[in-house]
Design a protein around this ligand. Structure first.
Ligand code: ADP
Ligand code: MG
Length: 370
């Protein structure tokens, strides 16, 4: 009976909302500059306010799934991400992306430092932990692999094999998105992951000193793939993908504003970020309008991980200083549109020898809590 309830909750509605989390970093402006103080502040765990530039006696309030205030630890931020990870072990996709202006804390949130590790190292550790627990008494064998790429100027570049050229993004007959030619490395432990990830991240940093602003204009995408194979016949196989994305600075995404759309300023507009915003809008409208995934590399890559099939968390990073004011407003408006996106989780199977039983799928989706 309880099982039936779980099935109808999970399988029939099949909805999994994108969780929108806002993280406000600590004030770092020099007090002697103009001593303006912060222009945005958290009110409680779900609400924040920003001063209204039209009328400084007013504020504009926003409501989100979670507001992480200035004192939030890396561990607390990870708690917003952790619940989506178990889905990877049953062939479902998930994505986490950090959005916001340059300097607001995206890289701190995703990568962190050795003494304050961010979402990426914590998520990788957690996935290994989940797989280890499953391996002890399960009918499936698990393997974990990683890819790491950068989208810069609409080129897909392999960070694990940095000399490579722009890679194509394709879709297979089951509508799974894949990148032929992208390095995919099997990893057996967290330290194995680190061994590949750290030098690849340094590659990215080195490139950014040569070409100014590169790291703030590119999207760094880490893909963690969990493949499980049944130990007995028919050896069904399921693949769950996790994308962990440090997006380009959102100040490049000049969609609206007083100056209008400045698409002609070549390079100033980040096509992928611009399209991400359109995709979010079109998903949000909930109508039959074509979702423009194909209009940019990032959204094409995220097609099976945002809006359609995946469990997603968007962390919008914002900064409290006045110099970020308009970028903060833009980021908050982007984020508050996104919180209405509805995702439909499903299980991706490559060897569909037996149809997936509704009961199993429903039970898993029903337990998501997202
Ligand atoms: P972004 O990647 O969005 O451009 P960074 O992550 O590089 O921003 O952050 C800019 C600066 O602010 C860095 O020096 C970073 O260490 C610091 N910073 C960001 N978020 C926090 C935080 N929550 N607590 C302390 N320092 C932070
Ligand atoms: Mg950064």
């Amino acid at each position: 009976m309880a099982q039936r309830v779980a099935v109808s909750d999970g399988a029939n509605k099949k909805t999994s909302r994108v969780r929108v989390v806002v993280r406000l970093r600590p004030y770092m402006g020099k007090q002697d500059e103009k001593d303006e103080g912060p222009c945005v502040r958290g009110l409680d765990s779900q609400n924040l306010e920003i001063i209204n530039w039209r009328n400084a006696t007013e504020t504009v309030k926003y409501h989100f799934d979670v507001i992480h205030g200035e004192q939030t630890t890396q561990q607390e931020v990870f708690r917003s991400v952790k619940p989506i990870l178990p889905h990877l072990l049953s062939g479902q996709n998930a994505s986490v992306f950090a959005y916001g202006p340059t300097g607001a804390g995206k890289t701190h949130t995703m990568m962190g430092s050795s003494d304050q590790p961010g979402v990426i190292p914590r998520a990788v550790r957690e996935v290994f932990k989940l797989v280890k627990a499953k391996n002890e008494d399960d009918r499936w064998d698990y393997s974990i692999g990683m890819s790491y790429l950068e989208i810069y100027n609409e080129k897909v570049l392999d960070l694990l094999s940095p000399s490579s050229l722009d890679l194509p993004i394709r879709e297979d007959k089951d509508k799974n998105i894949l990148i032929p030619g992208l390095t995919h490395t099997t990893i057996s432990s967290f330290s194995d992951f680190d061994k590949h990830f750290v030098p690849a991240s340094l590659n990215r940093t080195t490139a950014s000193t040569k070409l100014n602003q590169r790291s703030s204009r590119s999207h760094a995408v880490l893909l963690l793939k969990v493949v499980r194979t049944q130990r007995t016949l028919p050896h069904r196989q399921q693949t769950g993908k996790l994308y962990l994305i440090d997006l380009a600075g959102s100040e490049d995404n000049r969609l609206t504003g007083n100056q209008g759309i400045r698409l002609k300023e070549s390079g100033a507009i980040n096509l992928s970020l611009f399209t991400l915003s359109k995709v979010v809008d079109s998903l949000n409208s909930g109508t039959a309008v074509r979702v423009p995934y194909r209009d940019s590399k990032l959204t094409r890559l995220l097609q099976d991980s945002l809006g359609g099939s995946a469990h997603s968390v968007m962390i919008t990073n914002i900064a409290p200083e006045y110099k970020y004011y308009f970028h903060t407003f833009g980021a908050l408006n982007f984020a508050s549109k996104s919180k209405l996106i509805v995702n439909k989780p499903f299980t991706c199977e490559t060897v569909a020898v037996l149809p997936v039983k509704r009961g199993r799928e429903g039970h898993e989706a029903g337990g998501s809590g997202t």
